[in-house]
Each structure stands twice: as C-alpha cells, then as structure tokens.
Design a protein around this ligand. Sequence first.
Ligand SMILES: C[S@@+](CC[C@H](N)C(=O)[O-])C[C@H]1O[C@@H](n2cnc3c(N)ncnc32)[C@H](O)[C@@H]1O
Length: 324
Amino acid sequence: MSAASRSMRRPPFWRFARKRQTETKIQEMPPVLKAAPDRRTWDTLLWQRLWRRKIARRMFYELVGLALMGRRDMQVLNCGYREPGYPAFALRPEWEIERLGFQLYHRLTRSVAMNGADVIEIGCGRGGGARFLAENFGPRSYWATDNSRLLIAGNRLRRRPMGLRFRFARADRVPFKAASFDIGLSVETMHCLSDKAAFLDEMARVLRPAGRLLIADFFYQRDSSPSALSVFKKAVRESAWEVDDEQDWTSNTVASLEADSPRRFGEIARLPRMIRKYVLSFASTVESPLYHQLRDGRAAYVHFALSLRRGSRPARPPGDERLR
Ligand SMILES: C[S@@+](CC[C@H](N)C(=O)[O-])C[C@H]1O[C@@H](n2cnc3c(N)ncnc32)[C@H](O)[C@@H]1O
C-alpha cells in the first residue's frame, strides 16, 4: 500500500485530537481509529519488558510527576468508568473534562459511608480522586499516598480540602499505626505491584477490624502474568481478607476509553513526535494494547470490595517504627 493511500485510510490521530472533543462527541471519532490493531513491534515489546521492572515503573511515575508539576488539569490518571444513565453528581467545572476518571472514584466508593471515616488511598497519583472524595463526602481524615515523590510534592503544592493530606508511602509499607483506618482505596495501582500479598497484609494491618478495602484495576487472564486475575484472587484467599463483592467493569472501562480517547490524543499530540507512539501504548486509549485486551477478553477490569475475616490479625504488630 502506498503511503498516500495509507494516510487516506488512516488519518493521523492528532488531526482528530486537535478538536479536544468531550465525552458526548464519541460518534465523531473516526471508525478506523476504533478498529486499530494491537500492534507489537520490537520497541513496544522492549517497553513492555522494561515496564515489568519496578525501578522503571517508579521512574516513569516520577517523570509523570515532573511533567505535570505545574498543571492544574490531568487530575486523574485512570481509565475511567462509563455507564449509560449513571446518576449525575456535582463536579467542579474545571474537572468536568475528566468526569469519567472522577466517576470511577465515585462508583468505587458508592457503597461505603465515607462521612466521618478515616480513609487511606494507595497510589493516589495526581490526587484528583482524593480531592474529589475529601471535598464531597466528608471523611474525618484522608491520607492519600503514593510512592512517587514528585507526584506527592506536586499534590502538596496545590490547594487541598480539610482533612486531606498527601504522603509518600509504598503500598507494602505505609507509615501509619495499626488499625488507623476505616476505608482503604486503590485505583489502578494493583497492576503496578509486584507483591500483591504484601500489600494485602499491610492493608490488613492498618485497617480496623470492620474496615473495607476497595480496589479497581485491570487484570490479565493469562495465569503467568504477575497481574493475572488468578494470581490476585489467590493472594486474597491466602490473606486476612475475604471478598464481599466482585464486579466485572470491563464494558464500562472499554466505553470510557472510547469516549475519552480524543481528549487523551489531544494531550499526546502535544508531546515530542518521537515519544508519542510509546505514550499511546500505555496512556489507555483505543490505540493501547490494554484496550484491545479488554475488548477481546485477554484482560478484565474488576472491582473488589474486601472485608477482614473475623478473627484475622494484623500481619505485623502495631507500634513499630512507621508511626504517623
Ligand atoms: C495508574 S496511576 C493511578 C493514579 C490514581 N489512582 C488515579 O486513578 O488517578 C498508578 C499510581 O500508583 C502509584 N504506584 C505504583 N506503584 C506503587 C507502590 N508500590 N506503592 C504506592 N504507589 C504506587 C504510581 O506512582 C501511580 O501514581
């Protein structure tokens, strides 16, 4: 196929991105973009290999923290949640453009009473979800943690509602006393963790006996993947937690990615040309492998609500060096 006919069939994504479309304009998206293949080339495979290394993942999020340090938008870094007829909820006008990302936080916490509760979030990213929940649902305290120092530094620079504090912490080692929290949240951080069992143990330590741990993330169906659904479920079975609720949100995630991709393309189009391809593959757009894996069943987006088994004990004794 000549270059000319190829470009007629498949216009570059940034031409569409420039329009900065919003969710309601999904029908304007070029169909050829929606049918984009899940391409694998040597450099994207290399990138995926690198991603498996903890240090690479950390560096990546530090870079994200640095790149977004001065920006007021891009508050959420997740796939979002879209459901036809989802009840409207109030959102600050400047966050409207990222409604689907905030909606994921809204949906995840719909079943818990946050008013007056002590909340810990693991992997808060840019802190948008934390701000939204702390501002609207009245927790007594909300500790938003992340293991990117730059993301935490950026979050501390921006104004925050009462009760919300940001702190550097690794998911498997948080600097809080045992039994300090009522609710634990983790939005799309699970897939970054090499040791999910250590995370579950640490959450069992810092949550109170009646505490709930709410998780939303994508998982792979291939058992050999460190982020396989089977691996996570096994870790839960062997932990102090039991599953109260498990819901498949794959179709909501796919719908969200389709609706939000034009906006994401707009952001990617502002980056240097040579890195766009790589950003496209992990930035959760309809051009990313994740989108195709979710669509064809190789991956699933799942929500878990966990509660502590009766009589289960904190995995580590209270009163150690990691005090508040
Ligand atoms: C995909 S982002 C999600 C951010 C946020 N939850 C949101 O929805 O906007 C994943 C976040 O997890 C954080 N993370 C990755 N590994 C972590 C770990 N071991 N401990 C704590 N946070 C971690 C990253 O720094 C990043 O901010």
